[in-house]
Design a protein around this ligand. Structure first.
Ligand code: BEZ
Ligand code: FE
Length: 298
C-alpha cells in the first residue's frame, strides 16, 4: 500500500504533490500533470537553485509572457529554440517514408493569404535577387495532384516578414496561395531567400546569448501544401548551400528538404516571368500522403 504523506518533505515531494491529483476528472490532464510535476521536481532536485536563481527563472517566464501579443509569440519562439516544437512535430508525424517531410510552422504564417494566379510574382517593389520556384505536387504513387493549394510565405532580402514591418511593407507581400493545375504543377516568382535571425530582442534572444548560441535560420521558403483527401504538410525548402543548415536556431532542417537553387538564363522561363539575363531557379516537388494512410499510421 502506498504511504500517505501528510506534510511536504524534500524526499517525498513528488508523491505528495501528485497525490493531490488523484480525484482529477480528466485522466489525460492528470497524466500530463503527474509527469510535469515529477520531471520538474527532478530538475529542481538536480539543479538545487538558490532562491535568487528561482526568482530569476520566474522573472524570465513573466517577461516572456509580457512580450506576447497578437503579432509576437515569445512562448512559441521559446518552444522552437528549445527543440520542443520539432519534437512535437516528430511525434505527430511518424509516417511511413515517401511523403514530403514536415517542419516547424514558425510564428509568421498568416491565415487567409491572397490567392494568386499561376506564375504570379509575390515580391512586389523590393530588393533581392529574382527567383522562379516551380514543381509538381504528387501522391505517393507518383500521380499528379490537381487542385492542391500551396500556401507560401517568406522573409524579404533583409530577413523580415511583412507582419514584422506593418505600415512599412505592403501587407501580403512575399505571401500567396497557389493552386496546382490538373497536371499537379505550380510556379511562382519571388526573390532568393536569405538566412535571417529569429526575433532576438526579447527573452529568447537573452537566453540564446547566455548559451552562446546564434539566432540564425538558414535561407528557406515556407509552404503548407494541402489537397482534398490528403494529409496536409507544413514544410520548408532550404537552400542546400546555406552555412547555417547544421545550426538552425530552431532545429527545423531535414535532409530531404534541401533544394538546389541554381543560376540560369533559361529564355523560356525568363520570357514567362518578364526577366532579363541571369536569375535564380529552384525546382521542388511535394508528395502528399492519403489522409487514410496518415490516420492509420498515427
Ligand atoms: C520562421 O522560419 O519563420 C521561424 C520559425 C521559428 C521561429 C522563428 C521564425
Ligand atoms: Fe521563416
Amino acid at each position: 500500500m502506498a504511504i500517505e504523506h501528510r506534510y511536504f518533505s524534500e524526499d517525498a515531494s513528488i508523491d505528495i504533490v501528485t497525490g493531490r491529483h488523484r480525484h482529477a476528472p480528466d485522466a489525460r490532464m492528470k497524466q500530463v500533470m503527474d509527469v510535469v510535476v515529477r520531471k520538474l521536481h527532478e530538475a529542481v532536485k538536480e539543479i538545487e537553485p538558490t532562491q535568487e536563481e528561482w526568482m530569476r527563472a520566474i522573472a524570465f517566464l513573466t517577461r516572456t509572457g509580457q512580450m506576447c501579443d497578437a503579432s509576437r509569440q515569445e512562448y512559441i519562439l521559446l518552444s522552437d529554440v528549445l527543440g520542443v516544437s520539432m519534437l512535437v512535430d516528430a511525434i505527430n508525424h511518424r509516417h511511413p517514408a515517401g511523403a514530403t517531410a514536415s517542419t516547424v510552422l514558425g510564428p509568421f504564417h498568416v491565415v487567409g493569404a491572397p490567392e494568386r494566379p499561376m506564375g504570379a510574382n509575390i515580391s512586389v517593389g523590393q530588393g533581392g535577387e529574382p527567383l522562379v520556384v516551380s514543381g509538381t505536387v504528387r501522391d505517393t504513387a507518383g500521380r499528379p495532384v490537381g487542385g492542391a493549394t500551396l500556401d507560401v510565405w517568406m522573409a524579404n532580402h533583409e530577413g523580415l516578414y511583412d507582419v514584422q514591418q506593418q505600415g512599412v511593407r505592403p501587407e501580403g507581400n512575399l505571401r500567396g496561395l497557389f493552386r496546382t493545375g490538373a497536371d499537379g504543377r505550380y510556379e511562382f516568382r519571388t526573390i532568393k531567400p536569405m538566412s535571417y535571425p529569429i526575433p532576438a530582442d526579447g527573452t529568447v534572444g537573452r537566453l540564446l546569448e547566455g548559451l552562446a548560441r546564434h539566432p540564425f535560420r538558414p535561407a528557406h521558403i515556407h509552404f503548407i501544401v494541402q489537397a482534398a483527401g490528403y494529409a496536409g504538410v507544413v514544410t520548408h525548402i532550404f537552400d542546400q548551400t546555406d552555412p547555417y543548415l547544421a545550426s538552425d536556431a530552431v532545429f527545423g532542417v531535414k535532409e530531404s528538404l534541401l533544394a538546389n537553387f541554381e543560376r540560369t538564363h533559361d529564355p523560356e522561363v525568363a520570357r514567362r516571368h518578364g526577366l532579363d539575363g541571369e536569375f535564380w531557379r529552384v525546382r521542388q516537388d511535394f508528395t502528399l500522403m492519403a489522409e487514410s494512410t496518415a490516420a492509420a499510421a498515427a
